[in-house]
Design a binder for this molecule. Structure first.
Ligand code: HPA
Length: 243
């Protein structure tokens, strides 16, 4: 069963037929919301709104462990996360859809592992490739079948938020090799790897990051909302056809 984690601008997956909700309790507390189950073209999907159905949970307040533990508990086989990001590359315009293949983590004080506490063994995971290339390929195939383009590859710099970055911070991220910047890739990706599930992120470029292009002097939150409204419809179309 495919799991979809919806980000900003995607608090529900209306395409689900026979939708039903289930509250899942976890050893780590409550997920962002009850899980939504339903079918798309006969395929069972589970959906979770990362920021809650009412978009009330900030990136640094999300209980990532509860969210992922819950999806694993109900039998998710693959996880596709939709994430809104800023573009650090001048040529990557708002509205672009991208499948990153790398992450740099700039977050702090988030619970980044299931393996902690007195009874847990010290556990290291391989995280060389944080995203699953087969799931990326399936997303590209789905996008192609509905006439959408997904750019493949790129490094996602994950900042702590909830504020956006300074221009100097974006210069530093660019120097580090980041192509896009967002606030939710971590620890989500690492926790999914601890669970051993395939994971891919469909990144929706909502704006040029601070100091870049039309965000040279400020980032317009009003413009972000407009871009997202258009782009999320295209994301839904792609996810509807993902097999
Ligand atoms: N920075 C961080 N997160 C974001 C941005 C940004 O510019 N745009 C959308 N999410």
């Amino acid at each position: 069963m495919l799991a979809i984690i919806g980000g900003s601008g995607m608090a529900m997956f209306d395409e689900l037929v026979d939708r039903r909700r289930q509250v899942v309790r976890t050893p780590y507390g409550d997920p962002s919301c009850p899980l939504s189950f339903g079918r798309v073209d006969g395929h069972e999907i589970v959906f979770l709104a990362r920021h809650g159905y009412g978009h009330t949970i900030a990136p640094h307040e999300i209980n990532y462990r509860a969210n992922l533990w819950a999806l694993d508990e109900v039998g998710a086989s693959d996880i596709v996360s939709v994430a809104t990001v800023g573009s650090i590359r001048p040529d990557l315009a708002p509205g672009a859809l991208l499948l990153p293949d790398q992450i740099i983590d700039y977050t702090h004080r988030r619970h980044g592992t299931f393996f902690e506490g007195p009874d847990q063994p010290v556990t290291h995971i391989d995280f060389t490739e944080p995203y699953d290339s087969s799931l990326r390929d399936r997303l590209v195939a789905a996008a192609t079948s509905v006439g959408e383009t997904l750019l493949v590859g790129g490094t996602y710099g994950c900042t702590q938020g909830p504020r956006l970055e300074t221009a100097a911070e974006i210069v530093r991220l660019a120097r580090d090799g980041c192509d896009i910047v967002g606030m939710t890739a971590m620890p989500e990706a690492a926790l999914v790897r601890e669970l051993g599930l395939p994971y891919a992120t469909l990144a929706v470029v909502a704006n040029h990051a601070a100091g870049i292009g039309d965000s040279a002097h400020h980032v317009s939150l009003a413009d972000i909302a407009v871009v997202l409204e258009g782009a999320i419809g295209r994301v839904r179309k792609i996810l509807r056809t993902l097999r």
